[in-house]
Ligand binder design. Sequence first.
Ligand SMILES: [Zn+2]
Length: 413
Amino acid sequence: MDRIIAIDVERMIDGRGGPPVERALVLIEGDRIIAAGPAEHVKVPDGASRISLGPRTLLPGLIDAHVHLKGWRSANPNDILITPHPLAALRAAADCRKLLQAGFTTVRDCGSSLGPHLRDAIVAKEIPGPRILTSYRGLSQTGRVETVTWAVDTTPLRQHADGIDECRRVVREQIGLGADLIKVSITGRVYAPQSDPGQTAYTLEEIRAVVDEAHRMGRRVAAHAQATQGIKNGILAGVDSIEHGIYLDEEACQWMRERDTALVPTLAYFHRIAALGEGQGSPAYAVRKAHEVVEAHMKSFALALRMGIRIGMGTDFEGSPLFPHGENGVELELMVQGGMSERDVIVAATATNAAILGIQQKVGTIEAGKAADLIAVPGNPVENIGVLRDAEFVMQGGRVASSRIPEVKESSL
Ligand SMILES: [Zn+2]
């Protein structure tokens, strides 16, 4: 029989949206939670070991539903061309450790060539890091994303695919190469000189082919979608989540609600390019376009809130000082500033994100049967969401992955 651990803590927020539980107790056997609730209702078996977290709040491990595990250290995408691939891989491994220490026990990698390898090394307990679901390389139509002419063959940042047949083939190929989900870019973007966020990319028929092929193979589809018409094409084609959603309108929101399409807004991404991009070496086109979209994006977020869309939490961070892994919690603060209650923001980053990833049976809430992925923060995040950036204790699958509490020791990998 696995050892039983009993965690006691002043307050617990279980991720289901209800009021916090004061003086809570959680029992863990092996890598699973076997009981959780008010201390007086949970009986601790003889011989259980104790972890006392004191005046803190215990929550489910956080989930970032939109990252890129590229190991980038520069805001200028062309710098990847002078970065040896093994070095980028080592940096991405370091980012995985930072994410876990910051309380992100699960992430969805929406495009990187390293994702499947990092995932497998973490599952094998060779390096510390979050549970990873990865799209491997995202699909993009030719000509809409950054490419450097001479390097296009040596640094495939994304996987180009055009036309219905090729879209189907590339979806199959990505899955064969280890993709857990499919990422497809269906509009223009801020971070590319050749396209604008207000432009569509891919035809409705091409997106339908991507979705059909992915769904037949049991994979979800996350769509980079910023332009209104592109967002609508994605919803009609049946994508599972709209990423960014800069230019939403009421009709798009209505369709999303009817079809239960999720929104992952990534507010911090555009805010940071607009505020910090220039000093961090972002290309001028990206800074200009970020300034153009920030306000519209916040308006779309407010509209999505009013219309009752299912909203998850994601950052689009990739590891550079402009988008640093480990500081992903900044997104939670922007969501509160955008009008979402602290309690709902916590649900977005836990239970809702687990559902968006399709792993709600395993993670996302503190309940019997779920993986023992837990974090503790000082104070009460419902009163101050900022404390979620200060995870002092991180448990992953019943193992103490990180602890800044002197009495609580970390366990080895
Ligand atoms: Zn992205």
